[in-house]
Design a protein. Structure first.
Length: 267
């Protein structure tokens, strides 16, 4: 069992009906979760949350649209909270609330999707189009390519049968599974440590699994592929039904985070 700590590093607000179909117009908090794992091979982060770099990256148009449509509040960036040295960072996907703090960890080795990285660097996409997809390339450190291992370059492995219907995946640091969760964004991967499955934005609210509660159809505007998104939710529902030992942790679910942040020391 590895020591896992969970933090909320900033949040933005959205009307509830966007996050949950049938929800109210009331603005609800959309926290950005980060997990730090003390692994025998070094300290590892799952995503970075927001950082002050987000505000720099969204000062001018078109990037400013991002900050205007999702107003962000940040008390303290992760680098001011953590006291330990971070050796590795796993990035689930390239949305700004997941990669925002990368520049604050200049010595960490990064694991992420090649597809997501290449999209962020694509010359064929305009700044506006990248902003629309939630990608702010200036959040990436300049020496990113020297410090990265792309998931797609790792050897694909068979996952344990206890993770059915997830069959194929990858592993990092010997015993951490990396599993593709398509639909929400290009190259989105989840990370399984012990029995904790960090699923990033595969769902926004745990009720999508426990009650089949889906987000508003309008969110299809920001999803990469709605059909893939629903298929991934179905797989997570099956996993949850077959294996209740696995704790499924979405990045932006207040209910889930309340449960883990309170007892983060003994997770
Ligand atoms: Zn996202």
């Amino acid at each position: 069992m590895q020591n896992i700590e969970i933090y909320e590093i900033g949040y933005c607000k959205h009307p509830e009906f966007m996050v949950l179909r049938g929800g109210s117009f009331k603005s609800v908090k959309f926290p950005a979760m980060v997990a730090s794992i003390e692994h025998k091979k070094g300290n590892l982060l799952f995503d970075t949350g927001y950082s002050i770099h987000f505000f720099d990256a969204t000062k001018n148009f078109p990037e400013k649209f991002y900050a205007l449509t999702t107003p962000v509040t940040l008390d303290k960036p992760l680098c001011e909270i953590l006291t330990k040295k971070i050796d590795y960072i796993f990035i689930s996907h390239f949305h700004a609330d997941h990669i925002g703090g990368l520049k604050d960890f200049p010595n960490a080795h990064i694991f992420c999707s090649k597809e997501a990285y290449e999209l962020s660097q694509s010359k064929k996409l305009s700044r506006f189009s990248k902003t629309k997809q939630g990608i702010l390339p200036t959040l990436l450190p300049e020496d990113f390519e020297q410090r990265v291992t792309f998931i797609e370059d790792l050897k694909e492995i068979d996952l344990p049968s206890s993770l059915y219907p997830f069959i194929k995946g990858y592993s990092i640091l010997d015993d951490i599974y990396i599993i593709e969760l398509p639909g929400h964004a290009h190259g989105q991967y989840g990370m399984l440590v012990d029995n904790y499955f960090f699923i990033s934005d595969a769902i926004w609210n745990i009720r999508a699994i426990t009650e089949n509660a889906k987000p508003n159809i309008l969110t299809s505007l920001i999803m990469k592929d709605m059909k893939e998104y629903y298929l991934t939710i179905e797989k997570l529902q099956i996993l949850h039904k077959n294996n209740s030992e696995i704790e499924i942790i979405p990045t932006h679910c207040t209910k889930t985070l309340d449960k883990y942040i309170k007892k983060s020391n003994d997770v």
